[in-house]
Design a protein around this ligand. Structure first.
Ligand code: SF4
Ligand code: ZN
Length: 260
């Protein structure tokens, strides 16, 4: 996933997983003088939730001496998540947030000229994503299921170093190392299909230990067999790589503006 001289943008949300990964990577970086680590955070504009997470991230980066940059949905897309949530829309809040957040993280990583974009996705997140891809019939995402990331044109290579670490172990790591993290959930999280899948997988893991690993491993085996839409060119509106003439981000924003 990493080279000895990687310039890593680490997406930190302020939760236990990303702050635990920051704690691990800053120690690794200290042992490798050619490597660089910059923390990037996305402010989606969720009042009473993201502000606390950003404060915890700022405190952690100050304490550990790591550069930190933050970028907001408002400056990138002209809207906050609270505003999107209050608008007429056809998808769940998290569907907009997920797409915009991926774009924002890529932008932030490009801005700091990183060659890796690391995120704190754990085994639990990976198994949830695998199930969601299947339930939504999203062959594209199934094909791109790869914790080591790919060098796709226009995208900073995404890596998920905690992909095989259960969430409970990441929480334990945070407690053992006295890491102060945000524990309140996002006010919109219950709207998402991911919450249902999370509950299901947690129950299945209790009844059938190893389920999350099996789902994750199976998704890794399926990925090379699935076909993905090729990036065909640049979006006519924002100029970012896109499989069609207009990218998904611009389609979502324009639908919101049209009240669709
Ligand atoms: Fe965004 Fe949904 Fe996550 Fe909240 S729970 S931060 S709305 S994706
Ligand atoms: Zn676009």
């Amino acid at each position: 996933m990493l080279e000895h001289d990687s310039r890593i943008a680490l997406g930190v949300s302020g939760g236990k997983d990303s702050l635990s990964l920051l704690h691990i990577l800053k120690d690794l970086e200290a042992e490798r003088p050619e490597a660089e680590l910059i923390v990037v955070s996305i402010d989606e504009g969720i009042r009473g939730y993201r502000d606390e997470a950003l404060r915890l991230t700022e405190e952690a980066t100050d304490r550990w001496g790591v550069e930190w940059v933050s970028i907001g949905f408002r400056e990138l897309f002209g809207l906050t998540m609270d505003e999107i949530a209050a608008m007429e829309r056809r998808l769940s809040t998290c569907s907009y947030c997920g797409v915009l957040r991926r774009r924002a993280l890529n932008e932030a990583a490009k801005n700091v000229e990183a060659d890796r974009l690391a995120t704190g996705h754990t085994l639990d997140d990976m198994a949830q994503s695998a199930m969601l891809n299947l339930l939504r019939g999203d062959i594209n995402r199934m094909a791109l299921f790869d914790p080591g990331g790919r060098g796709l044109q226009g995208f900073v290579r995404r890596i998920k170093p905690l992909c095989e670490v259960p969430e409970r172990e990441s929480a334990l790591y945070a407690y053992i190392n006295n890491i102060d993290f945000q524990s309140i959930p996002c006010p919109y999280s219950e709207e998402s299909m991911r919450s249902e899948v999370r509950r299901y997988l947690n129950r299945a893991e209790v009844m059938h230990p190893g389920t999350k690993h099996i789902v994750y491993r199976t998704a890794l085996k399926i990925a090379p067999e699935a076909n993905t839409d090729r990036i065909r060119g640049l979006c006519k509106i924002c100029g970012e790589p896109s499989t069609g003439t207009i990218c998904r981000v611009c389609r979502l924003i324009s639908d919101l503006e049209d009240g669709v």
